[in-house]
Design a protein around this ligand. Structure first.
Ligand code: FES
Length: 337
């Protein structure tokens, strides 16, 4: 087992040296930059400060002999042959990530409850989509306008995209996904998009507020935090109408197995059998936290919920800079975000 250390971020992971260093890094939740993953584009280039790496065959075309001489390597093509210390700038913002249009195939569609479907899209092996946890893609079908969906899985899997699609009564596209879309169907995606993503450098405790399928990007963020072994305290609040709208047990399981994660479901139209919290989800947070000065807040869900979170949390001391939402057009009361 070898230890790989990125001297820029100080992050460390272990590898058996069987896979390329880029894949190992992504599996451990490190956002190393990449493009083609074929050795052509050079986007995964890093400087090896210490240790030995090797390529399977010839040196790939994405790096020059002079660069190899200087100690540089293409991480998508080389494996560790010893402990390695390297230097590479991990992605920490969306500016460096290329928005791409890619073909994809529907791998599976599973109905998680009466009105939410989990859709897995497979990107061809020759391609990959790099994104940050929390971002979204546009799903493209020739018969419909492109529709935005948040990516619901962590970025460590570069070829599989998970979406949570809620059936909207008069929504042609979501009705199509629910009733006509078949496994193996071919679609396109464009992305990644959006500035709603997990800020990894912060050490502040986090409050994640999700409404309905707003749980999708929250899932991507928490999975990413777990993969990176983040010690940040994470409070998850998930608001829904009634119990059947809480379409997965995952947050309960996270809270059980990680002491830095807590989970509180909140129902706005609970029946009498419900023993948990009731009311609007943001109100539950306000009951639990008198001051929000020290917290980072991520809110994802219906615009009215996001607005209620922003307006009321600011009054409890939350800094506007510590608030992140996926609402596309949103402004704090009395001023732009
Ligand atoms: S990602 Fe293109 S050369 Fe490595």
């Amino acid at each position: 087992m070898f230890i790989i250390e990125n001297q820029v971020s100080g992050r460390i992971f272990q590898t058996e040296g069987r896979d390329n260093i880029l894949n190992d890094a992504l599996t451990h939740g490190l956002n190393f930059p990449y493009g083609c993953q074929k050795g052509f584009c050079g986007k995964c280039k890093a400087t090896i400060i210490e240790g030995e790496v090797g390529y399977k065959g010839e040196i790939p075309s994405g790096i020059t002999p002079e660069e190899v001489e200087k100690g540089m390597a293409l991480l998508c093509q080389c494996r560790a042959k010893s402990d390695v210390a390297l230097v590479v700038a991990e992605l920490d913002g969306v500016a460096d990530i290329e928005v791409r249009t890619l073909p994809c195939k529907v791998q599976s569609i599973k109905h998680l409850n009466h009105d939410v479907a989990q859709v897995f899209l497979k990107i061809p092996d020759s391609e990959s989509l790099q994104y940050l946890a929390g971002q979204y893609i546009d799903l493209i079908h020739p018969d419909f306008e492109p529709r935005a969906f948040s990516i619901a899985n962590a970025p460590s899997n570069t070829s599989l995209i998970e979406l949570h699609v809620r059936l909207i009564e008069d929504g042609k596209f979501t009705n199509f996904v629910f009733n006509e879309l078949q496994e193996k169907a071919l679609l396109k995606i464009e992305g990644p998009k959006g500035v709603f993503y997990f800020r990894e450098k912060s050490e502040k405790p986090i409050i994640l507020v999700a409404g309905g399928t707003g749980f999708g990007p929250v899932k991507a963020m928490v999975e990413h935090a777990i993969e990176t072994k983040s010690k940040q305290t994470i409070h998850i609040y998930w608001g829904a109408r009634d119990e059947k709208d809480l379409y997965t047990d995952l947050p309960k399981q996270w809270a059980k197995s990680h002491e830095n994660i807590s989970f509180i479901p909140v129902l706005s139209q609970a029946n009498s059998a419900w023993k948990g919290r009731t009311g609007y989800v943001h109100e539950s947070v306000l009951v639990d936290f008198e001051y929000l000065v020290d917290y980072e807040v991520y809110a994802c869900g219906p615009p009215a919920m996001v607005k209620a979170v922003a307006d009321t949390f600011v009054k409890r001391g939350m800094f506007k800079e510590d608030f992140f939402s996926d609402a596309f057009e949103f402004a704090f009361e009395g001023g732009a975000l």
